[in-house]
Design a protein around this ligand. Structure first.
Ligand code: SF4
Ligand code: SF4
Length: 84
């Protein structure tokens, strides 16, 4: 399972990816982010679900480990931007 430390950075940087544009409240932050948590977590879109996205779109391209590694790289990048 993908391990998320719940930093919330992916939900605050939606302007960096076209697929999240519809959720962007205008400043890169998701309209559903409340107190750093997803307010629609159980019903969040497919593209917010790492494991489900993998099954649907990426399993023929990457192994699960590779896909997780790519995702962790993005998490680290976003966390570094925040940290300056
Ligand atoms: S950036 Fe990564 S670690 Fe942080 S909340 Fe998003 S998925 Fe989780
Ligand atoms: S719907 Fe939830 S998980 Fe997806 S970007 Fe918004 S707050 Fe984050």
């Amino acid at each position: 399972m993908f391990v998320c430390n719940q930093c919330g950075e992916c939900c605050r940087n939606l302007d960096k990816s076209e697929i999240y544009r519809k959720l962007d409240r205008g400043d890169g932050i998701c309209v559903y982010l409340e107190k750093n948590k997803c307010s629609i977590y159980d019903n969040r879109p497919l593209f917010c679900r790492v494991d489900d996205c993998y099954k649907k779109y990426f399993q023929s391209k990457y192994t699960l480990e590779e896909f997780y590694r790519l995702n962790y790289q993005v998490c680290e990048k976003l966390q570094k931007i925040k940290g300056g």
